[in-house]
Design a protein around this ligand. Structure first.
Ligand SMILES: [Mg+2]
Length: 322
């Protein structure tokens, strides 16, 4: 290297000279863990009452607010379902390489996940992974199918790309979605959830988080949520998002929002998972109920915490102090 270049190079800011202080990083870590553990807690709580109506839930449990397993999958207490394990598979595809994964990397991660015989798998997800196995193509063609499977698993993108430019975040969000889902409503909802998680992680507060929801409604009025209370949501992303947004809009704590949404029944593990992720990102791991964390399978507790740490520590925000 020529000596004349050196003074100039030394004057460039380095990652360490502009990196955020310890307090900011500690906060990001807590909120990243809040997102990944919140996902698992919402999934584990909701799985008990998936496919039940609110009336059936009331008759059987009163207010369902305890992680206890069971449900149609007959889960042990503290077990999670595809919502969490698929997100972890997506997160692992990030941690397996230095660069951002491409669509094939996501498809291979989901393929490996399906081979691990998950306890549950949605129809659209199964079809998309089968399409990849059959054709080698990691993108499914455009479809009328607007299920919630691409949205439930998106949290690792939000963590790994905190501080990245919006178009980078959007490209990664859609690349992971395309393996199984290709629909404008699922695209819009998945991007919205990633943006809500990032707003939560950034510490800008509930108004900034909800602003993303209002932008979604502006673009697609079908998602209107300030209406009558929606119950028994299906796996259709519009139904799912309306109850998710109602719960986040009206509840001011992690626990109250997750309990609210799962007691509406229907696709309760997924609505619980999405609300848990967003509210966990917003309020951080200290806001997660201790009794739920104690009940969560220990292996899941450590996998979610470790992945949250590893993902947030490779984000542009963490590395460059953006
Ligand atoms: Mg599930």
């Amino acid at each position: 290297m020529q000596a004349s270049v050196l003074p100039f190079m030394r004057s460039l800011p380095t990652a360490s000279s502009v990196s955020p202080n310890r307090e900011v990083r500690a906060r990001w870590r807590k909120h990243a863990r809040g997102a990944m553990l919140g996902l698992a807690l919402g999934d584990a709580l909701g799985a008990t009452v998936e496919f039940m109506t609110p009336r059936e839930i009331r008759q059987q449990y009163g207010r369902h607010d305890r992680i206890r397993g069971g449900g149609w999958l007959r889960l042990p207490s503290g077990a999670v379902t595809d919502d969490t394990t698929m997100a972890l598979a997506l997160g692992n595809s990030w941690l397996a390489s230095r660069n951002a994964p491409n669509e094939e990397d996501y498809a291979r991660a989901f393929d490996a996940w399906m081979r691990s015989k998950p306890v549950d798998i949605g129809n659209t997800v199964r079809r998309g992974i089968a399409h990849f196995r059959r054709t080698g193509q990691a993108w499914v063609p455009p479809s009328e199918d607007a299920g919630n499977g691409a949205t439930m698993r998106c949290s690792p993108i939000a963590l790994a790309l905190l501080g990245a430019p919006a178009d980078t975040v959007a490209r990664a969000t859609l690349a992971q979605a395309r393996v199984t889902h290709h629909n404008p409503l699922t695209d819009a909802a998945t991007l919205t959830v990633v943006n809500m998680i990032q707003a939560g992680l950034s510490g800008v507060g509930i108004r900034a988080v909800m602003q993303q929801a209002h932008l979604l409604v502006e673009a697609f009025p079908l998602f209107r949520f300030r209406t009558h209370k929606v119950e028994n949501p299906s796996g259709y992303i519009v139904d799912t998002m309306r109850v998710v947004l109602q719960a986040i809009d009206l509840c001011d704590s992690f626990e109250s929002a997750v309990v609210d949404v799962v007691n509406r029944g229907g696709d309760a593990d997924t609505t619980g998972a999405i609300v848990g992720t967003i509210m966990g990102a917003l309020h951080g791991e200290d806001a997660l109920p201790e009794r739920w964390l104690k009940e969560l399978a220990p292996e899941m507790l450590s996998r979610c915490s470790e992945q949250a740490d590893a993902l947030i520590e490779r984000s542009p925000a963490w590395l460059l102090g953006l």
